[in-house]
Design a protein around this ligand. Structure first.
Ligand code: ZN
Ligand code: MN
Length: 144
């Protein structure tokens, strides 16, 4: 897991370097993205901040998250129902485990992914550019 403070600094630096304004709202959104281990949705971030920033809209949060995504600093986990989740801690492709009951999303530590990618490339002749690997199940909290 990356250091949240380090991730915060990197994202803010990239925003500045690409000529974007650093507003208190943007700082707060980036802070939540960098701190979060729980793969928040745009709605989660908005709920966290709406009391501190009463004039901020959901659309503002959405645009800021997409801006950070365009800088390559957050991984978007898209779902067909639009309940997208975001990971700024590991902004590169990696596997996820998703609870179908409560929506919890976790990063499992698994080995063998590199081998799998190599095997797939060899078998299909593809040059593999990226991957998406989700495991769906019921988490230990929801099982009880
Ligand atoms: Zn669950
Ligand atoms: Mn993740």
């Amino acid at each position: 897991m990356a250091d949240p403070q380090e991730r915060f600094d990197i994202i803010l630096k990239k925003l500045k370097e690409s000529g974007h304004k650093i507003t208190p709202q943007r700082i707060a959104i980036v802070k939540i993205l960098a701190d979060s281990q729980g793969h928040p949705s745009v709605e989660n971030i908005y709920e966290h901040l709406k009391n501190d920033f009463p004039t901020m809209s959901l659309a503002t949060v959405y645009r800021t998250v997409l801006l950070v995504k365009s800088l390559g600093e957050v991984l978007e986990l898209g779902f067909p129902d639009g309940s997208n989740r975001y990971d700024a801690n590991r902004p590169y492709p990696h596997p996820h485990v998703i609870c179908v009951k409560c929506g919890k999303v976790i990063d499992p530590d698994i080995s063998g992914l590199k081998d799998m990618q190599k095997e797939i490339a060899e078998e299909t002749g593809f040059e593999i550019l990226t991957h998406r690997l989700d495991f769906f199940g019921i988490c230990s909290d929801c099982k009880n």
